[in-house]
Design a protein around this ligand. Structure first.
Ligand code: B12
Length: 249
């Protein structure tokens, strides 16, 4: 089993040592960093420190140096955000610090977006994506959008705080048959169900497939709400989008 001392990057080692107190989480995070490169550790460390200029530079260097965009996303950016999330939950940091981390995350995603979004193939389907009403979290949704575009989907991104009416309007206007909803707050998760109900009321539910995701969302919750599919991450988002749109091989 990987141990904390095996992680070469001092910032990451200190962050885990000081802030990740639950043993199960500590083991999971140490495992996450144990087999990844020092370039990815540097990116993650600067996400945690909220250093957007550094993340910008390091991500650009990694991509130009030939690192795989998915590796940079998972082992650098998302790995850094995993520690940020725990620190926020445990009140070691607060909204202003997390905003700085989110800004750093976006600085890195800027270099990954053109690669993951460039599919060059005929659109395999049209997806309407949005974070639900009341919810301003968009990092995970944006990663899903990038990956969907890269897989050949045409994506209309409605952004954050998206009301049921906004989703419905977009579906009607763009004749889309696939909708993806993201929620990061337990208080906004029910708005996914409300959006599904609004599609039923508008007599559109049978014309579309609905997929949902976001950290607190579970498969059970998705089933209970009447969604067609649940995805735990951006890779799963693409897989289920393909299945739901009939593009799965
Ligand atoms: C960054 C962040 C913020 C930033 C958001 C910046 C931004 N532009 O997004 C800011 C600082 C603004 C913020 C604000 C708040 N936040 Co906040 N935030 C986070 C944090 C640390 C990280 C979220 C994130 O980006 N994760 C990284 C991405 C890559 O992961 P992801 O979003 O889960 O997405 C992946 C999957 O879920 C999936 N996915 C996502 N969407 C979809 C959609 C589909 C269709 C599919 C298939 C898959 C899918 O794929 C993605 C990629 O792999 C989380 C902690 C956490 N552990 O999640 C708290 C967290 C979500 N926030 C929390 C809270 C409480 C708040 C505030 C209420 C704080 C406050 N007091 O004001 C506000 C709410 C504002 C609002 N109305 O939305 C709580 C929620 C608790 C709860 N149970 O509801 C969390 C869990 C922190 C905690 N306490 O533990 N936050």
């Amino acid at each position: 089993m990987a141990e904390l001392k095996d992680i070469q990057n001092e910032v990451i080692r200190q962050e885990i040592g000081e802030f990740i107190e639950r043993e199960d989480e500590r083991q999971k995070i140490v495992g996450l960093y144990a087999n990844t490169s020092s370039a990815m550790h540097d990116i993650a460390a600067n996400i945690i420190l909220g250093e957007h200029l550094k993340v910008d530079e390091l991500t650009r260097q990694a991509i130009e140096g030939g690192s795989d965009a998915l590796e940079v996303m998972d082992d650098g950016l998302i790995a850094g955000m995993a520690i940020v999330g725990i620190k926020f939950r445990e009140n070691f940091i607060f909204v202003p610090e997390v905003l700085a981390c989110a800004r750093a995350m976006k600085a890195g995603m800027k270099h990954i977006d053109p690669i993951l979004s460039a599919s060059g193939i005929e659109p395999v389907g049209k997806v309407i994506m949005g974070t639900v009403k009341g919810d301003l979290h968009d990092i995970g949704k944006n990663l899903c959008v990038m990956m969907l575009r890269g897989a050949g989907f045409e994506v209309l991104d409605l952004g954050v705080d998206t009301s049921p009416d906004d989703f419905i309007e977009a579906v009607e206007e763009h004749s889309a048959n696939l909708v993806g909803m993201s929620a990061l707050l337990t208080t906004t998760m029910p708005n996914m169900g409300k959006t599904i109900e609004a599609f039923i009321d508008a007599d559109l539910r049978d014309d579309i497939k609905i997929m949902v995701g976001g950290a607190p969302v579970t498969r059970e919750f998705a089933d209970d709400m009447g969604a067609d599919a649940y995805g735990a991450n951006a890779v799963e988002c693409v897989d289920i989008a393909k299945q739901l749109s009939g593009a799965a091989k």
